[in-house]
Ligand binder design. Structure first.
Ligand SMILES: Cc1cc2nc3c(=O)[nH]c(=O)nc-3n(C[C@H](O)[C@H](O)[C@H](O)COP(=O)(O)OP(=O)(O)OC[C@H]3O[C@@H](n4cnc5c(N)ncnc54)[C@H](O)[C@@H]3O)c2cc1C
Length: 476
């Protein structure tokens, strides 16, 4: 009796096949009955390139390019440039941490447009002053943390420092400007890389455009066809210019200080989630599920929510049906906190330009370490330099803005991502800036959707006002 073919699961290894060939081997399974192994064995790099020209580039079967994955090392780019690089949702990044490393005094970028102009001296002076204040703050803040978290019996100096290191570096980092250089490891498939290169090449900052050209060159050496047509996109900068003009007369409002406002949510979202659960595990139309849920008493709804979420273990991901519930927040937070928040890819973020216009945060540790005056003076000097630079070069002026200054961002996220964000960033080991913002997001959700928020595993964390009182003298 003829047997069905046996199950076979194996790796198409990038050690033996090029990324473009792997992508073609997978793509061809759509039309070929042969095994991937056999398809790959028949392919040459030239044939793969031809295939991609025809199918990916010619017919727009772009998802094929997702099977070609690259790991690109990007070193010594400014943290302002990193924002554009990391704005691609479907890639993966790991960057030099402002929590675990200290920056050297010279590790910052100077844009050519500023270096060649009359404000070059002001820029160098301002950034150098911030770096000096940053380095000078390390020992006093470290001594403060040593006093607060004394060495344990038998603990080595190195182990003690490791235990408290993020506590002092977390504070010092408020002084680091966006010009600070960092390294980023990027893992991305050729499809997202093409989109990233387009965005980089179309950016208003010269540094970012140069990074785009370099990333393209590196990628093309590995996937010659798939990123070949990644070029600058006039739509991107022309639209940015048009909308900047349209937005100019619209001023004021928004969150006061470093606050988070819930600007939009669905008041019926708890019912919506419960109906989606009945829908997924039953056979009725959604309208019927919604009617069934609306007929339940509050206690019955609570019991159904229990069934959906009470079995969540510490490391479990909650049901996907939470993605039917979404929120939009207008949020202001310090740039250091924003830099961490922006890494959450399962949401839509619209950040405004980095400026010195929304005030700055002052961590309590600076006051306790007797550094309040130096801290404030360095930041006020940065704000003054920012204003003078912004009058000439509004994009490049962002380089002098330190992490302490506030940033405004519109965020739309679903409740499943909110669970993840509030839990990961609300934990006491997270940086206190992002903990405060995560706490604000949680507080809004708990207020409008208490029946779902009670399952968020951040519910017992300190509240955001408590975090603010513990860690900040002021937040704006
Ligand atoms: C203790 C700690 C230390 C950190 N240190 C550093 C550091 O030194 N340097 C640094 O750059 N970052 C650091 N981070 C940030 C971290 O790497 C993440 O970028 C950040 O926490 C965003 O979290 P996320 O990727 O889980 O979430 P999101 O991007 O919000 O994604 C939500 C969820 O979707 C899923 N998901 C999203 N994208 C993918 C994907 N591509 N593949 C598979 N699943 C995916 C995951 O389940 C993820 O939890 C640190 C974070 C923590 C908590």
């Amino acid at each position: 009796m003829p047997q069905p073919p046996a199950r076979d699961i194996y790796l198409l290894s990038p050690k033996t096949l090029s990324p473009e060939t792997i992508a073609v081997a997978f793509a061809k399974t759509s039309r070929s009955p042969e095994s991937f192994r056999d398809i790959a064995a028949e392919l040459s790099d030239e044939q793969s390139a031809k295939f991609h020209e025809r199918w990916v580039v010619g017919y727009g079967h772009a998802s094929v390019a997702e099977h070609a994955v690259l790991h690109i090392a990007v070193e010594n780019i400014s943290r302002l440039a990193i924002e554009c690089l990391e704005s691609n949702r479907l890639a993966s990044y790991t960057e030099k941490s402002t929590r675990y490393q200290l920056w050297d005094l010279t590790h910052y970028y100077t844009p050519r447009t500023i270096a060649a102009g009359p404000l070059a001296g002001l820029y160098q002076q301002t950034v150098a002053r911030l770096f000096v204040a940053y380095r000078a703050s390390v020992e006093p803040v470290r001594a403060l943390m040593q006093h607060k978290y004394p060495r344990k019996d038998g603990e080595s100096e190195a182990r003690w420092d490791g235990r408290i290191r993020s506590r002092y570096v977390d504070n010092c980092r408020f002084l680091l400007p966006a010009a600070s250089l960092a390294n980023v490891g990027v893992t991305a498939n050729a499809r997202v890389l093409e989109s990233a290169i387009r965005k980089l090449l179309s950016h208003p900052l010269e540094e970012v455009r140069e990074i785009g050209a370099a990333v393209k060159a590196v990628a093309q050496a590995e996937v010659p066809t798939l990123v070949k047509y990644a070029n600058e996109v006039p739509y991107q900068w022309e639209t940015a210019a048009a909308l900047t003009a349209a937005a100019r007369p619209v001023v004021g409002g928004g969150p006061a200080g470093a606050d988070v406002q819930l600007v939009s949510y669905d008041a019926d979202a708890e019912d919506q989630f419960l109906a989606a659960c009945l829908y997924r595990y039953g056979g009725a139309a959604f309208a019927q599920c919604a009617v069934a849920v609306s007929a339940l008493t509050p206690a019955q709804k609570a019991a159904l929510a229990d069934e959906a979420l009470r079995r969540l273990g510490q490391y479990d991901v909650p049901l996907r049906e939470l993605e039917h519930v979404s929120y939009t927040f207008d949020a202001v937070m310090d740039q250091g906190g924003y830099f961490e928040l922006k890494r959450h890819r399962m949401m839509t973020q619209s950040p405004q330009r980095l400026t010195c216009d929304l005030g700055f945060a002052m961590p309590r540790a600076f006051e306790e370490a007797g550094l309040r005056v130096e801290y404030q003076a360095a930041l006020e000097a940065a704000a003054e330099a920012y204003r003078r630079l912004a009058a000439e070069l509004p994009e490049e002026a962002g380089y002098v803005v330190p992490n302490a200054f506030n940033r405004r961002v519109l965020m739309t996220l679903n409740l499943r991502e909110a669970f993840h964000l509030c839990e990961l960033r609300g934990t006491p080991t997270a940086h206190f800036s992002v903990r405060r913002t995560a706490g604000q997001i949680y507080a809004h959700i708990a207020r409008v959707h208490p029946q779902l928020a009670r399952f968020m595993r951040c519910r017992d964390n300190p509240t955001w006002p408590a975090i603010e009182a513990d860690y900040f003298v002021k937040v704006a």
